[in-house]
Write a protein that binds this ligand. Structure first.
Ligand code: F0G
Length: 454
């Protein structure tokens, strides 16, 4: 393994600095664990130049629109198209890009009817090149890893980060090391990391154990960490909100609802919303709400039991394996953005997740289980009167349906909830189990007739 040649990770590019989220210490460089040298808390990226000369909102919007017509790779990326609000790269050619972003904002008419929210949308980040929202952050962080002269990048993951990191490392000519909890991530995600050429370690621990180990590793070896502790990741993930608002003609929705795992994505989206408000790109701040699985509800408990002052970690368990995280690294950032946007934090059961996932599937869209917590959570927020009928709501669908086929097949076959106990007629009606038949016209005709009646 060779040492990084030129610079430490994230050397200042001239237009941004690192700021500690706890003690506000500013720095031009970050250490390999991306923690504050003074107090050890997480870093965020800020842009002091915006205070000297605020970017002009109308000019930014026009530039972003014009770039859609360009054929340059950076302009075709739904992340780098917004590069004016990202850490500066010397040249557009430096961007390690798979033309990420550019994800659709879908109407959800069926879910709109059942929830009674006519203006309900799904921002489908599962339509990214590797099938999850991670690509938006990875293009930026992989670009800075390469700039900093690293040969190896590494992450701990519940599956999507590793798939995305492996792809961007391969594109950028970097080697990648993946640490995943053995037996606790979907094979689809693992297969992506293998195909993209990662060195994949299945560790006998959970995600939290993998992340702990990674943080020790980066202090010992010249390896660049690509978890969402890395603030470049969050800068890239910010563009989800920019693209969303552009798709809504810069009319801010009332609510944006995201799943919460390690809490990087909610932090990134919240940061973007506040920046957009401060730069005059939007006039109203949407409420950002975070939904967790009941079995992995560290943020819910942190807010309810410790008023957001200290992390209440949990031993995580959920079939939505992407968010099976008990000790979320970015809990403090997420708590800040919930406060800044007056958002809510809720938890949903395994049954509610499965039902919501099938409902999103029935829209002809589909998503992975972790993404479906948004719809399940929305139903709760409506019941609580937090979301009102005449409001516009955007669900952030973080991962593609094909990411976790076992979950989908178990649900539709009826294998998910043992003995069917507690399964309502409503949930049962969403199941579409496959049938095995003799290869006769009669058998298929009978199935067609029966289905017509049901
Ligand atoms: N949805 C999906 C599909 C995810 O893969 C993740 C996180 C989340 C939601 C939660 O986002 O962590 O930013 O709060 N997946 C990470 C991974 C942890 O390793 O792939 P978060």
């Amino acid at each position: 393994m060779s040492s990084p040649s030129a610079t430490a990770p994230g050397v200042r590019q001239g237009d941004f600095r690192f700021r500690c989220i706890a003690c506000a210490q500013l720095s031009d460089q970050a250490s390999q664990d991306f923690r504050c040298a003074q107090c050890g808390d997480l870093l965020e990226i800020i842009y002091p130049s915006w205070e000297q000369e605020r970017p002009d909102a109308a000019q930014l919007k026009a530039a972003w629109r014009d770039r859609k017509l360009s054929s340059s790779p950076a302009d075709q990326s739904g992340v780098w198209r917004f590069r004016d609000l990202l850490p500066r790269i010397a040249s557009e050619q430096d961007a390690v890009t798979l033309r990420e972003g550019n994800t659709p904002l879908y109407e959800l008419p069926r879910c709109a009817r059942t929830t009674g929210i006519p203006r309900l949308f799904g921002k489908h980040q599962g339509m990214n090149p590797t099938g999850s929202f991670k690509d938006a952050g990875m293009t930026v962080a992989a670009t800075f890893a390469r700039r900093a002269g690293f040969r190896w990048v590494a992450c701990a993951s519940t599956g999507n980060t590793s798939a995305s990191m492996a792809a961007y490392a391969a594109r950028g000519g970097l080697r990648s090391l993946v640490l995943v909890p053995e037996g606790k991530i979907s094979w689809s995600k693992l297969s992506q990391a293998l195909d993209y050429g990662a060195v994949t370690c299945q560790l006998r621990t959970d995600f939290d154990g993998c992340l702990r180990l990674l943080q020790q590793l980066v202090l010992r070896a010249p390896v660049y960490q690509l978890n969402s502790i890395n603030p470049f990741r969050l800068e890239g993930q910010k563009t989800l909100a920019l693209e969303l608002l552009e798709q809504l003609d810069w009319n801010a929705p009332d609510h944006i609802i995201v799943p919460g795992g390690n809490l990087g994505n909610s932090s990134a989206i919240g940061k973007a919303l506040v920046e957009m408000r401060d730069l005059g790109l939007i006039s109203k701040l949407p409420r950002l709400s975070v939904i967790q699985a009941e079995g992995a509800n560290a943020l819910v408990r942190t807010l309810r039991e410790a008023a957001g002052k200290r992390l209440v970690s949990v031993a995580a368990e959920t079939r939505a394996t992407a968010i099976r995280i008990g000790n979320p690294a970015s809990w403090k950032k997420a708590a800040h953005v919930l406060e800044a946007t007056s958002g809510a934090c809720e938890q949903v059961s395994e049954m509610e997740i499965a039902q919501a996932k099938a409902e999103i599937g029935a829209e002809g869209i589909g998503c992975e289980p972790a993404s479906a917590v948004t719809l399940a959570g929305l139903k709760k927020l409506i019941q609580q009167g937090f979301v009102k009928q005449d409001e516009t709501v955007v669900l952030v669908l973080t991962g593609n349906l094909l990411k976790d086929p076992d979950f989908t097949i178990d649900f539709h076959r009826g294998d998910m909830f043992k003995g069917g106990a507690g399964v309502s007629g409503e949930v049962d009606a969403l199941r579409h189990p496959p049938v095995v038949l003799d290869a006769t016209l009669d058998a298929v005709m009978r199935t067609l007739e029966q289905s017509e009646k049901s």
